[in-house]
Design a protein around this ligand. Structure first.
Ligand code: DGP
Length: 114
């Protein structure tokens, strides 16, 4: 069996994290290296490695992550806006091979991203 990712270990409560939301399909916690005043990671409990590895079977959980992003943003009062990012592969600086959505907020973002 493949080794657990660091995010699977957070899901399984083997390592601590500041959790903002949890349900049957996903967990949302604070990023350990925040790039904005609010930086959350939305992680499916099912360990899909990355978007490029997702299949139609994962459609529900992937859509669920976006719905939860909006709900958590509302709960945290992020009415000024937020940015969602998914890094896929080396050119995008993916570092944890367990699909996750970054939610960044609390400052003015710039475009294009780096
Ligand atoms: P990415 O580069 O898209 O794969 O993002 C991985 C993110 O995960 C990065 O912003 C730092 C964060 N991270 C890595 N290890 C941990 C950890 O142990 N706890 C938390 N909360 N975040 C982590």
């Amino acid at each position: 069996m493949a080794a657990k990712t660091i995010f699977q270990r957070i899901v399984d409560r083997e390592i601590p994290a500041t959790i903002e939301h949890e349900d049957d399909l996903c967990i949302v916690f604070r990023d350990i290296e925040p790039q904005a005043p609010v930086h959350l990671l939305l992680v499916p409990k099912q360990p899909i490695p990355r978007v490029a590895a997702a299949t139609a079977k994962e459609t529900q959980v992937l859509g669920h992550l976006l719905v939860v992003a909006g709900e958590v943003a509302a709960k945290l009062g992020l009415g000024q806006g937020f940015r969602l990012v998914i890094n896929n592969g080396p050119h995008a600086c993916e570092s944890v091979p367990h699909l996750h959505v970054h939610l960044l907020a609390g400052r003015q973002m710039t475009w294009p991203p780096g």
